[in-house]
Ligand binder design. Structure first.
Ligand code: NAD
Ligand code: MG
Length: 384
């Protein structure tokens, strides 16, 4: 039996993880859950999975949860970054699924690592903000980090068993999002509900907007750079609208290995929990004879400049990727709230990046300070 704690259990990844766990009750047990503010769903999950400990994002939500729970059946309840970190490092957990969205996932994920947990990582923002620190903590504490992001799970599956020196390049696939083929002019009047209509994947709001701007792929290139210790010029992006090939590894001898499945996050989540074993019938089979074709094209970085911003953030290095991430989070939020247009997202991010004085990112406090600076700077700009 593997004991699992899920950070972000009420989100899209958290719910898919619980559905995988429900399929294999003799293999996995939930010991800890955390949520931001959605206490009604958290309470349902508590009733069903009976965790020992739960945590929520803030004190106000904690008070509401405490009032609403029947004390007899209550788990231990915590709140705030410390509470989330306590769940991440709880002694009972073997594996921690890191599935909080955004920079709020950073500190709890580091807590899981320093407590020696196996980490199934969905929260890519952790690696974007603090890739060097996180990867050195991983080796310092000798812990296993397993990717949940479908592209990185694919690369991990393709690369397994080969020497890194045999790999020529990594090709991350991208669906292209709902605006594939459109030009900047056609995107001027895009509304949040248009951008939230992803053609292939059902995900949380932030990552869905990130997919429509291609920032998600930019964040994933950075994630791959750290996870696979691969220079950025050997990580490419290829648009593949059918989302059946989840990524490709090219080897020195001209051979390629790709991983395929229907687009369903239960697949990579299950593999991150069972690796090296494979669980039974997690994702529906592909009906090969019904496939009309697999197509590929280059990304259009002129219309979707966020992808290039991510490459340039890593090239600059230091605190710049954290600034990219924080300004993107605020810009996406502002777009969802009607404060800026779709095409403004890369413009405001670039502006913050241009005014940032880069620092070496060798201390987590420096990274958190850069994150805060970027948020303040962009908010001031938006409210001017
Ligand atoms: P989501 O918005 O659906 O869920 C986010 C979860 O984090 C929720 O449980 C929410 O309550 C919690 N949360 C948010 N802010 C919090 C805070 N301040 N404190 C504590 N908890 C907080 O997001 P998602 O789509 O499940 O994505 C989660 C992470 O996984 C993201 O980093 C995303 O990039 C990554 N990811 C998601 C998918 C997907 O298919 N959804 C695929 C690959 C990677
Ligand atoms: Mg992905």
């Amino acid at each position: 039996m593997k004991n699992i704690a899920i950070l972000g259990s009420t989100g899209s990844i958290g719910r898919s993880a619980l559905s995988v766990i429900s399929m294999f009750p003799d293999t996995f047990k939930v010991v800890g859950l955390t949520a931001g503010k959605n206490i009604s769903l958290l309470m349902e999950q508590i009733k069903l999975f009976k965790p020992k400990v739960v945590a929520v994002g803030d004190r106000e939500t904690y008070t509401k949860l405490k009032d609403a729970m029947d004390s007899l059946q209550s788990p231990d309840m915590l709140y705030g970054t410390e509470g989330l970190s306590n769940v991440a490092s709880m002694p009972d957990a073997d594996t921690v699924i890191s599935a909080i969205v955004g920079s709020a996932g950073l500190i709890p994920t580091i807590s899981a690592i320093t407590a020696g947990k196996t980490v199934a990582l969905a929260n890519k923002e952790t690696l974007v903000m603090a890739g060097n620190i996180v990867m050195s903590e991983i080796s310092k504490y000798g812990v296993t980090l397993l990717p949940v992001d479908s592209e990185h799970s694919a690369v991990f599956q393709c690369i397994k068993g080969y020497n890194k020196s045999s790999v020529k390049r990594i090709i991350l696939t991208a669906s292209g999002g709902p605006f594939l083929g459109k030009k900047t002019k056609e995107l001027e009047n895009i509304m949040p509900e248009d951008a939230l209509r992803h053609p292939n994947w059902s995900m949380g709001k932030k990552i869905t907007i990130d997919s429509s701007t291609l920032m998600n792929k930019g964040l994933e290139v950075i994630e791959a750079h750290y996870l696979f210790d691969m220079p950025m010029d050997r990580i490419d992006v290829l648009i593949h609208p059918q989302s059946l090939i989840h990524s490709i590894v090219e080897f020195n001898d001209g051979s390629y290995i790709a991983q395929m499945s229907k687009p369903d996050m239960k697949g990579p989540i299950a593999f991150s929990l069972s690796c090296p074993e494979r669980l039974q019938d997690v994702v529906e089979p592909i009906e090969w004879e019904k496939l009309s074709g697999l197509t590929f094209q280059k990304p259009d970085t002129e219309t979707f400049p966020c992808l290039s911003l991510a490459y340039s953030a890593i090239e600059t290095g230091g605190t710049m990727p954290a600034v990219l991430n924080a300004s993107n989070e605020v810009a996406v939020h502002a777009f969802l709230n009607g404060l800026i247009g779709f095409n403004d997202i890369p413009v405001v991010i670039r502006k913050v990046m241009d005014s940032h004085v880069v620092q070496p990112a060798d201390d987590i406090h420096i990274i958190i300070e850069a994150d805060r600076w970027a948020r303040d700077t962009i908010r001031e700009d938006l409210h001017r």
